[in-house]
Design a protein around this ligand. Structure first.
Ligand code: AMP
Length: 418
């Protein structure tokens, strides 16, 4: 029987895995420099966490969640996103009462039942940040600039920061009412999803890919023209602070984002280099979510980006991140293997990456394997070398060979390879 992986869920291995590690290390260090600490939450949560926070009318909740009943008949869901679990954890662990200002980041797999294609998978990894307890627009600009500088560090090209605002509980209902009434006459030509959502979430029409819905949405007024005074001021200060930090952005009048919990600032970072899946990541403020999940009034803002998309963009550089094999022991006979066996162990304990052949292959095929593993050096160590008292160290790129005294092998290799 040929057992395959689940559609849209990938194995990650050489050489890409090295790039994954590099990306994770870079992301982690960058966030830590800006004062974020890591949180790890479970991959599975009670379904109600997502229906209540992400929102009933969203694609995620309506079509994409991996939901099942466990043996106790409780409805569980593989997490489709990271914010709701982090908020749940903050409340459950009482962290906001200890210190209402919290800055956290996460890294881990998310699950959405989407149609898989390049850059879109059913299991995908996200790195994300969440900031709690800061209502100042300063943090919005700091966070966006932090992300731009992360992507600059990773040497990503052709990025655009798209910035918008979805207003608050005062101004958004007015806007929603306005566009609902403007959409009513066109209701019959909208796609089925937009028709269904018109009551609950008419803003979703801006996210719809259907060409007719796009045409209809294009002539609707923008949320930005309906912002109340405090939302307007907030938006203006985010823009001013971004300019102050020299972060370039464009104001996107139709940016609404797919999740229900956003308030005020929303933003997306896109690239022209990924075809249809152009979003590198997105985020925004969610000043009401903590309260809605039963916590204290807590302003918050967050962002999530997709790891696979970064890896796709940086794919060509994967081999650069492979750890270098310092030495391969070519051991043509038992005597050589016996000595190299303990020597390799001793060097590994000193953090020298080395490899040895246990398959009694010919010297020629061991050399071939050393070549394939891109060993920097090969130490040829057989009975005759041992009898003569010196082994041969061959530099695989310069082809220079030198003899090393058997009695001093460990020290000499350490000196040369550390
Ligand atoms: P979202 O939570 O939908 O705003 O997604 C944030 C980011 O996660 C997106 O911009 C993508 O980079 C990434 N992402 C979302 N869904 C997928 C998916 N199905 N496969 C791969 N990456 C994804």
């Amino acid at each position: 029987m040929n057992i395959k992986s689940i559609k849209g869920m990938n194995d990650i291995f050489e050489p890409q895995i090295h790039l994954w590690r590099f990306v994770e290390d870079t992301v982690r260090k960058h966030f830590e420099t800006f004062g974020y600490t890591e949180i790890k939450t479970p991959i599975v949560e009670y379904t109600v966490l997502f229906t209540r926070s992400v929102g009933d009318s969203t694609d995620i909740v309506q079509k994409e969640m991996y939901t099942f009943n466990d043996r106790n008949d409780e409805s569980l869901t593989l997490r489709p996103e990271g914010t709701a679990p982090v908020v749940r954890a903050m409340l459950e662990q009482n962290l906001l009462n200890t210190d209402p200002t919290q800055k956290l980041f996460y890294w881990g797999p998310m699950f959405r039942y989407e149609r898989p294609q390049k850059g879109r998978y059913r299991q995908f990894f996200q790195y994300g940040i969440e900031t709690f307890g800061i209502s100042s627009p300063r943090i919005d600009a700091e966070l966006i600039s932090m992300l731009v500088s992360l992507y600059e560090k990773l040497d990503l090209k052709e990025l655009t920061v798209r910035l918008g605002s979805v207003g608050c509980q005062t101004c958004r209902p007015v806007y929603k009412k306005k566009i609902t009434s403007l959409l009513q006459p066109s209701i019959k030509i909208l796609c089925e999803d937009c028709q269904k959502r018109l009551d609950k979430n008419p803003l979703r029409v801006f996210d719809c890919k259907n060409p007719t819905c796009k045409e209809v949405a294009a002539v609707l007024p923008s949320m930005l023209d309906f912002l109340c005074e405090p939302c307007h001021q907030h938006f203006d200060q985010v823009r001013d602070d971004l300019v102050r930090l020299k972060s370039t952005f464009v104001v996107d009048k139709t940016l609404v984002r797919g999740l229900d919990y956003y308030t005020r600032t929303v933003f997306e970072i896109t690239t022209t280099q990924l075809g249809a899946q152009s979003a590198i990541g997105g985020g925004g403020r969610y000043d009401k979510l903590v309260e809605e999940l039963g916590g204290p009034v807590t302003p918050a803002i967050g962002y999530a980006g997709g790891v696979e998309r970064l890896v796709l963009l940086l794919g060509e550089t994967a081999h650069q991140h492979k750890p270098n094999l310092k030495v391969f022991f070519a051991v043509p006979d038992k005597k050589g293997q016996d000595l190299a066996f303990t020597l390799a162990h001793a060097l590994r304990l000193k953090n020298i990456f080395c490899e040895i052949d246990y398959n009694d292959r010919s010297l020629k095929s061991q050399m071939k394997r050393a070549h394939r593993l891109q060993a920097e050096n090969v130490l040829i160590l057989g009975g005759s070398e041992i009898d003569q008292g010196s082994a041969v160290l061959r530099n695989m790129s310069t082809k220079v060979q030198e003899n090393i005294e058997i009695g001093n092998l460990e020290e000499e290799l350490l000196r040369r390879l550390s």
